[in-house]
Design a protein around this ligand. Structure first.
Ligand code: NAP
Length: 541
């Protein structure tokens, strides 16, 4: 009998303790913690292997924008000491190797069901169980269900007319073919210039015969200044790993190495600011918007940081008309800041043309390429770097039914509501790792994942110890937390950007600021205090 058959047999006899959805960073660590608690758990994963985001986003140039030594698990000192990161910012292949290494090192695969996409999750109130069904028709029953589906896992493909009529090849950066793509000699069009576009464009430009970039919004990007990691530097960092990790946990965005601003941009001279922004630019990190305390809080302060990047774009891009089209018009940081390698420089190449689709939008995809309201562009391949239905898309894509058959998608129709981003009222025993209302995408997500996984594991141990079978979020506590999330966002400029943080990138999605902007360290204190207060705001029975 193989592992799968064994699991099926087990399922017939008795329910599992926990079913986890997703085998990315979150699902793997959750499984490891559940095993340590002696719980019987299964992870259901749509892909044929582990990795989550780093499994799917294989496009050329895909690379993390948090430094490798920080964007990694901290829960096991031997793991963090033994793993060797080769570059300051890890590439997708290196990250995928790391995640595979973790799966093997902790022997996690035997409890993961691959090629198993969850279609529904239904609450059986009478028996206090969750039943999950896969698209393939298998069912899994457990006391607890834990979502580890990730915040950026459902690709968003704009519904362009004629998408199926294109005679060439069409790709999405978040669903990249495993075998890779050779663009040599091809006429390629890339739609989208967010973090994925900014990374893929320089790579395709080097291969393709010709590249058209279809840009709706010019975005801010700062150079990554990526480089190989020096062994001495790595050793010194690793020698102080516990301190660095602790600093990350207490920090605003889960990164120890970011500057902690102490001054307003408006209390220093213009020369001093220019020098600071120049240093930030040379440092190469998204910490650029954290140089002063008020870049993300005050429009005048923000303009000083925005203007510096605009000036750099004008300096890098040789054709002044192209430089102007590439110059952002919104406040820096109100859409996620991109980190690039040779992005703006790519527009100095002979074979690259920037097509501004803000005024003449894409009208349709035709058999031969892309037609904007101004003209048609003939292409052999189209790459959609059009992003994701973020934070809620993957969860709403599963037919989740809570108490009384209530649908999660319906409950969240006007925007997601969750207490601490960990549970949503009316869906007992369903936990959300990096759910809406938690710092998630506004942080080094690995730091935030570890905090949630550890909080949930401690919570499950508490429930078991006290003979508590059912846990739900109290609706009043949830409402108050949603208000806190709104207040935290409104204390910043973040809601003023037309960003995916707000759902603005998906047609028909409600405009609600979804992550918690109050900071990773502050959020941890709130979560810990809730536990100290006897799981305040949760209903335990
Ligand atoms: P994104 O930031 O949402 O960017 C999508 C791009 O597609 C935008 O330029 C958008 O234009 C454009 N677009 C969407 N629909 C369009 C349409 N109908 N016509 C023309 N243009 C259209 O998505 P992403 O680049 O995949 O990045 C998403 C997030 O994933 C990032 O913010 C980041 O958190 C994460 N990510 C991280 C890394 C990294 O670590 N380095 C790399 C990739 C992604 P508008 O701006 O006008 O909407």
């Amino acid at each position: 009998m193989n592992g799968d058959q064994l699991m099926d047999e087990t399922q017939k006899r008795e329910p599992l303790d926990v079913v986890v959805i997703g085998a990315g960073f979150a699902g793997l660590y959750m499984l490891h913690k559940l095993r340590a608690l002696g719980m019987k758990a299964v992870v259901l994963e749509a892909a044929e292997n582990v990795g989550g985001t780093w499994y799917w986003n294989r496009y050329p140039g895909a690379r993390c924008d948090v430094e490798s030594l920080e964007y990694s698990y901290s829960f096991d000192d031997a793991l963090q000491q033994e793993w060797h990161w080769s570059e300051r910012y890890a590439t997708q292949p290196e990250l995928l190797r790391y995640i595979n290494h973790v799966a093997d090192r902790f022997d996690l695969r035997r409890d993961i069901r691959f090629n198993t996409r969850v279609a529904s999750a239904a609450r059986d109130e009478q028996n206090n169980l969750w039943t999950l069904s896969s698209e393939g028709g298998e069912t899994f029953t457990a006391r607890y269900c834990i979502s580890a589906v990730g915040c950026l896992s459902l690709p968003s493909l704009p519904a362009f007319k004629g998408r199926d009529s294109f005679a060439g090849r069409l790709y999405h950066t978040g669903l990249w073919p495993r075998e890779g793509v050779d663009f040599t000699g091809l006429r390629v069009g890339v739609i989208g210039t967010g973090s994925s576009g900014v990374q893929v464009i320089p790579h395709i430009a080097q291969q393709a015969k010709h590249l058209h970039v279809f840009q709706r919004t010019p975005h801010y990007s700062v150079p990554a200044k990526n480089r190989p990691l020096d062994p001495g530097e790595t050793a010194r960092y690793k020698a102080r790993y516990p301190e660095h990790r602790e600093a990350a946990r207490q920090s605003a965005i889960g990164i120890a190495g970011f500057p902690v601003p102490t001054q307003s941009a408006l209390e220093v001279s213009a020369e001093e600011r220019t020098e600071a922004y120049g240093m930030g630019w040379e440092r190469g990190s998204t910490g650029y918007t954290r140089i002063y305390t008020d870049i993300l809080k005050n429009e005048v302060a923000n303009a000083t940081a925005s203007d510096f990047v605009k000036m750099r774009i004008q300096q890098v891009v040789r054709d002044p008309a192209v430089a102007t089209r590439l110059t952002p018009r919104y406040m820096i940081g109100t859409k996620r800041l991109c980190l690039d390698t040779q992005y703006f420089e790519t527009y100095n190449r002979e074979n690259v043309v920037l097509v501004d689709v803000s005024e003449a939008p894409i009208d349709q995809i035709t058999e031969h390429g892309i037609r904007t309201t101004a003209r048609e562009y003939e292409l052999d391949a189209i790459v959609m770097a059009t992003g994701f239905d973020a934070i809620t898309g993957a969860l709403k894509g599963i037919d989740i039914r809570g108490s009384g058959g209530q649908s999660l998608a319906q409950k969240w129709e006007a925007g997601p509501r969750a207490y601490l981003g960990l549970m949503t009222s009316g869906f007992p025993n369903l936990f959300l790792i990096t759910g809406p209302g938690s710092p998630s995408v506004l942080s080094n997500v690995v730091t935030s994942i570890e905090q949630h996984v550890e909080w949930i594991a401690d919570c499950l141990a508490h429930l078991r110890q006290h003979g508590i079978a059912r846990m739900d979020a109290d609706l009043a506590a949830e409402d108050r937390w949603v208000q806190t999330v709104n207040e935290a966002a409104n204390a910043t400029l973040l809601p003023k950007g037309n960003s995916w943080y707000l759902g603005a990138n998906v047609e028909g999605k409600p405009r609600v600021f979804m992550p918690y902007a109050g900071g990773v360290g502050n959020y941890r204190v709130v979560c810990d205090q809730v536990v100290i207060d006897g799981y305040r705001g949760f209903l335990l029975s």
